[in-house]
Design a binder for this molecule. Sequence first.
Ligand code: OOG
Ligand code: NI
Length: 405
Amino acid sequence: MTPTELRAAFARSLSELYGTEVPAYTTLVEVCEEINAEVLEREGAAAERLGSIQRVTAERHGAIRVGTAEELAQVARVFGACGMHPVGFYDLREATPPVPVVSTAFRPIDRAELAANPFRVFTSVLVVDDRRFFDERTEARLREFLDARQLFPAELLGLADRAERDGGLAEPGAGRFLELATGAFALSPEPVDRAWYAELEEISSVAADIGGVGSTHINHLTPRVLDIDELYRRMGERGIEMIDRIQGPPRTPPGQPDVLLRQTSFRALAEPRRFRQPDGSVVEGELRVRFGEVEARGVALTAAGRARYDADGLAGLPTTDEELHAADLAYYVRDDDGRLQPIVYEDFLPKSAAGIFASNLTSEGRTDAAQRAAARDAGWLQDALGGTLHDPYALYDAERAALGR
Ligand code: OOG
Ligand code: NI
């Protein structure tokens, strides 16, 4: 199996797993497919302006959270085997409410790979030494806990490295890789230490989800829909409680291009989990950390377009493809007939990500703004990854240049 095939199979296998773990996810996927078929029927070729229906139907993004730079480097090896590379740096510590993580997204980076299967995973790493969240003693205990766990079996990492070296995996290695990679993101039946989890949860529920359990898990898996407003309505009709809004730019009037990314989610559901009590006994309980999200994608904005969007929202941007292109505010290429084809936005939005995190926090947590922040930037992330951290704008520029403006 080539990295492309491994990625497509990995996305399918995680989707199957998540459907058994979180049944509302299956409903979400069904409603997306229903709506996508309707939009295709209604709009014909225009419905595929931002990707073929095959791409959109298979398209998923996931989110995972890890605790240390070492764990992040291991994740990079597993995703690297699937042709998924780290793109972008997001600092969620500056969000409202602040979340003690910095993040990147692993995804394919060239056009053919994105068209074949664009599976991407938003990946966050805990900032254990940020004093605004964790005092010295909590940091030390977190480090001890995180250093003692092994998220990814050695066999999986070995297969990942082999795939990277050989440009893919033969059977039975490929099947084994997929089984182990999927298993690494399943919800673990291991009991959670109640007291430790509760202590971290007072500081941040994301910190508890990362550093309070001995394993990682897929935190949500997101299908892509062609009409997110309609999806929002229909999920409500089916009795699934959605967060109170769609994140990102508002709906554009008919004929006006969609830009960037719009997302919404249903609230995290109570899932049965086992807990180890302070007296050593193990009891059944529940946690609400995993949810379902849906996204709609539009044209990628250039840095100048994005600056305008960040300052003034959609009011800061012209309303046609031709104007966006002429002012170099969004990325387009011309097809053989001279028509403008949008380059799809393949990344995430920090404000929306913060909204997605926030909508699923059990409390605002506790921070002390007077304490010192830990230094984290794209350079730190690149060092932790031990390989190139791609800049999204450089990728869009290169794609446009390769296709000729
Ligand atoms: C990640 C939240 C961000 C998105 O789509 O913006 C995200 C998380 O909850 O770990 O997935
Ligand atoms: Ni997401």
